[in-house]
Write a protein that binds this ligand. Structure first.
Ligand code: C2E
Ligand code: MG
Ligand code: MG
Length: 308
């Protein structure tokens, strides 16, 4: 049961309906039989969510997202070898909206399919432009984040490959980031998708490793090129020797299965030294660069780029 005070808390019929829907979902989520009373704060949060969904719809229609690229540094090669595409949303009304807020809304509203399509297209275009300007580069590509819900899309393989072909880039220059929770939600579909894409040369990164329910058996079965350790692991390792030892073994363990380990959230020279000691050679974080607009990211990557 949902209770909404009209007109004190919700002042019109649309707000009442949205608030009741929210209450029903909350009750279901909590599994309680208690009535859920919608507070003013809840109504404000619901309104913001609906507003962001509208902003997402118009931004998709206008192709108005900003895509930023965060370069990935290789210690042994002393250069940026890849970059991650990260979506940015700014509205005149609400200002910058963080991905942690708008991505879940895009997922709940089904808009994530179009959003990823745009990010994918931009990322391939970034690679094509970079390769055209630096034909002998040692830069190896851009990764794009995929959400769990996308793996329900039956023509996902064809859609992704079509974009890669349209930009004329080698498929190995596209990397797809998947989280453990996305895999857990749909293991068979993700596995089939990864096998199909891998056969075409597209590579995969396991994102945010260490934050989900690690099904190690499944992780080892899947063909990941790179395992990205979540920044929380680095925080723990900086605080204690045990985690550092664990990290060292983790890097060796993934290396033995053919995967490289990359650490996210590298912010200080101490982080970098610690990771170096653990044998982790791929790093991403503010110490090297924050996510940058395409032109700036390309210039930074090019500044360190040397052909072999
Ligand atoms: P993620 O894929 O794990 O991306 C890394 C996040 O860490 C980014 O946050 C990045 O800006 C941030 N970061 C990078 N270096 C550092 C550092 O040194 N310290 C700290 N504290 N943070 C750092 P951002 O851009 O806010 O994105 C958050 C999450 O939103 C991403 O986490 C990803 O899960 C999601 N996301 C962003 N863009 C997309 C997208 O196009 N599609 C999908 N499905 N998800 C996206
Ligand atoms: Mg990512
Ligand atoms: Mg991550």
């Amino acid at each position: 049961i949902g209770i909404v005070d009209y007109p004190d808390v919700a002042e019109d019929s649309a707000t009442v309906i949205n608030a009741l829907e929210y209450c029903a979902a909350e009750s279901k989520r909590l599994g309680s039989n208690e009535p859920c009373r919608c507070t003013e704060d809840m109504v404000q949060a619901i309104k913001r969510k609906h507003r962001i969904a509208d902003i997402l719809r118009s931004t998709i229609a206008e192709d108005g997202f900003q895509i930023h690229y965060q370069p990935i540094w290789s210690i042994p090669r002393q250069r940026f070898v890849a970059a991650e595409a990260l979506c940015r949303l700014t509205s005149t009304e609400l200002g910058p909206i963080p991905p942690a807020e708008f991505i879940p809304i895009a997922e709940q509203t089904g808009l994530i399919t179009s959003l990823t399509g745009i990010v994918l297209d931009e990322a391939c275009s970034f690679v094509a432009a970079y390769l055209a300007a630096h034909p002998n580069t040692s830069f190896r590509g851009v990764s794009v984040n995929f959400s769990a819900v996308q793996f329900m899309q039956s023509d996902l393989t064809e859609t992704v490959l079509k974009t890669v072909r349209e930009h004329g880039i080698p498929p190995s220059f596209l990397r797809i980031e998947v989280t453990e929770s996305a895999i857990a939600a749909n293991p068979d579909m993700v596995h089939a998708f990864m096998d199909d894409m891998n056969a075409q040369g597209v590579r995969f990164y396991l994102d945010d490793f260490g934050t989900g329910y690690s099904n190690v058996a499944l992780m080892l079965e899947l063909p990941f090129d790179v395992v990205k350790l979540d920044k929380s692991i680095l925080k723990a390792a900086s605080a204690g020797h045990q985690t550092c030892l664990f990290l060292e073994h983790l890097v060796a363990c993934f290396a033995s299965t053919g995967s490289f380990v990359l650490c996210e959230g590298v912010e200080t020279p101490e982080h970098r030294a610690l990771l170096n000691d653990c044998g982790c050679t791929l790093m991403q974080g503010y110490l090297f660069s924050k996510p940058l607009p395409a032109g700036e990211a390309a210039a930074l990557i090019a500044a360190h780029d040397r052909s072999e």
